[in-house]
Design a protein around this ligand. Sequence first.
Ligand SMILES: [Zn+2]
Length: 322
Amino acid sequence: MAGGPGGWRVRAALAPAGILASVLVVGALLAGCLYGGQPVPEGGEPLRIDFLDVGQGDAALVRAPGGQTLLVDAGPNDRVVEHLERLGVERIDLFIASHNHADHIGGAAAVVRAFPVRFVMDNAIPHTTVTYRRWLEALAEADVPLLEPERRSIELGEARLEIVPPPGDPALGHNDNSVGVLLEYGEFRAFFGGDAEGPLWDWWVAEHPELLPPVQVHKASHHGSRAGDTAEGLARLRPRVVVVSAGRENQYGHPHAAALALYDGVGAEVRTTAEEGTITVLARSDGSFVIESARRPPPAPGIELLIEVLEFARLLVSRAGP
Ligand SMILES: [Zn+2]
C-alpha cells in the first residue's frame, strides 16, 4: 500500500497547521474508501470478524449486528478464551470446528467450559488424538447439541451462513474434509475453508460451485500453505483481501511463496496475523468494509489524494513566499 503512517507524518509536517486541519477533515470524510469503493456509511452496527492472534492455528470470531456470535475454529490452545474475554464475548451461538486437527480444536474444550455455547458443528470425521478426546469429553459435559455438517443455511441475526459441506470421505484425510463457511451480510461475503487442499477445492468446485461466489474477504486455506488454496477456487472467490492465520516465524514457512503468488494473481491484498496480530474486519451490508489490526493502524483513508492535497498546499505556501 502506498504511504504508511511514517510517510503521512513527513508530508504533514510540510503544511501549515491551518491547511493541515482542513485537509484532515477531508481525510476523515473519506474514511473507509480503501476497500468499499465508497465510504463506509455512518450509523448502524457493522458485522465484525476478528481473526484472532492465536499463533499457528485458526480461530475467527464473527459477530453479527445484534450481537449473535459464531466462532470458526478455536486455535491451538486455551489462549483463545483470553481473546474472547477481551473482546467482551458472553456466549457463542455457534462454534464450528472446520476439522479436528489440534491447531483448530486445541482451545475448543476451554471455550465450551468458559462460555455458554448453543450449537456446535464439526466435520463428523473423528480423530485419534488426546486433544480430540478431551474436546469430546468437554462437549459431552457441556451438553451442547452437535450439528451435522450438511449443506444448509443458518441465520446469524441479520447475517447468514451457508455451510459448505465436506465430502465426508475419511480416505481424503482431515484437511480435505474441512467444513467450509460462506458468510453473507447483504452484499458483503467472507469465506472460511479450514485447511482445504486441492482435492477438497476440486470437490467444492464440482459439487457446490454456487457456494463459491465472489467474496470480499477470504481466510487463507491451510494457513497459506503451498498445498492450500487453488487457482480454480480463487478464480471463483476473487477475494479482495486474504487473511492468513499463522504463527510468527512458524516452522512451516506459512504463508508459502506459491500461495502468495496465487493471491497476487487474483489481485488480493494479503494480511497475516503473524505480522499484525488480531485482524479485525468491519463490514456493512452494502459490501463496504475496513480492516484494522493490533499492530497496523487502519489504512489512512484516501492517502494518495491526501498527499496530493498536501503537496498542493505546500506549493501554494512556497509560491506565496514571505
Ligand atoms: Zn491447520
